[in-house]
Design a protein around this ligand. Structure first.
Ligand code: PHE
Length: 327
């Protein structure tokens, strides 16, 4: 009996436990055979033996059950351990973290606030005048095609860029002014690098005529882009925006291949990162500003964040997958 107990105690798998059970109370098990032997006994002797055997059987079954439970728990724990993919499932709770888009906005705004730019926020719902008309984008201007958005029946719309903040600010304040305006904007695009809602940061500087030049704009943007992306080359390409004249698009040397050419920069060595220019006189006319000059720029925050943090699908910013922000 002692050696049976020892064997029993050394069992460490459910499979071995089952085997052991069969050996004891299976069809040909030791205890089963002992019961069969009862028929060779008589009277009191037989009763006494039957009682003992039954007690042994009950005790065995009790031991067997508790051992079985113990092994089941151990095997489950082992299975969980082996199949563990995400450690946070078991041991870590998720502490809140700032979203990359928000971190990027803060980083950008910090730079300009340090240079005395005033932080402004406009509304997401605009009217045609502030989003288009005052920015020199008339009703049938082709620039509207790229900026299709949601319209309500009372002629309101979800802003397609942060540029309307320029108009609101100039209507409220007189020059000189320097503003930086981050916020969400809406368009009809949806693919790897575009989403129907994204974020921009707008900058505007206005001062009396002749005090603000394209050189100022160039200097500040180059310095800003190096502050964000480090050791890069900056290039201005002439471009067109209805609300700036002259206008430029700004490229930086590819942060991934250092300008050698790779998949991200379509083998050009350059990445387009923002639009800018000298404020068009038509915009000043729309808000009644006289004898002033100024520059403006606008950038896409998600694009900055993708390049800065090395994220390759813009949609992952908005899919609420905690693994993205948990990184
Ligand atoms: N508003 C422009 C856009 O969304 C960007 C821009 C802003 C360009 C300011 C020039 C000056 O594409």
């Amino acid at each position: 009996m002692q050696s049976l107990k020892e064997r029993f105690n050394s069992i460490i798998s459910l499979q071995d436990l089952e085997k052991f059970k069969v050996e004891i109370i299976g069809k040909k098990g030791g205890l089963t055979l002992a019961f069969a032997e009862l028929r060779n006994l008589e009277g009191e002797e037989r009763q006494k033996q039957a009682k003992t055997l039954n007690e042994i059987k009950q005790e065995f079954e009790k031991l067997f059950e508790s051992k079985k439970q113990e092994l089941q728990i151990l095997e489950l724990a082992k299975k969980l351990q082996d199949e563990k993919i995400d450690v946070s499932l078991f041991t870590q709770s998720y502490g809140g973290k700032e979203h990359y888009v928000h971190l990027m906005i803060e980083k950008i705004v910090d730079y300009f606030v340090a240079l005395n730019f005033e932080l402004c926020e406009g509304g997401l719902v605009e009217d045609d005048f502030h989003n288009f008309e005052a920015l020199n984008i008339s009703k049938f201007h082709p620039a509207r095609d790229m900026q299709d958005t949601f319209y309500t029946r009372d002629e309101k719309l979800l802003r397609t860029h942060t540029s309307p903040v320029q108009i609101h600010t100039m209507q409220k304040k007189s020059p000189p002014l320097r503003i930086i305006a981050p916020g969400a904007v809406f368009r009809r695009d949806y693919d790897l690098t575009h989403s129907p809602m994204f974020h921009q940061v707008e900058g505007l500087v206005v001062d009396s005529e002749g005090r603000v030049s394209f050189s100022n704009l160039k200097f500040i943007l180059e310095d800003f882009l190096r502050y964000i992306f480090g050791d890069i080359t900056v290039r201005f390409r002439s471009s067109f925006f209805p609300f700036t004249e002259p206008s430029a698009e700004v490229d930086i040397s590819c942060v991934f291949c250092k300008g050698e050419g790779c998949r991200v920069c379509s083998h050009t060595g350059w990445l387009e990162v923002l639009g800018c220019g000298m404020v068009n006189q038509a915009v000043f006319d729309a808000v009644g500003y006289k004898n002033v000059s100024g520059y403006a720029f606008g950038l896409g925050v998600e694009r900055f964040a993708m390049l800065y943090y090395g994220i390759n699908d813009l949609r992952s910013f908005f899919e609420a997958d905690l693994r993205v922000i948990g990184q």
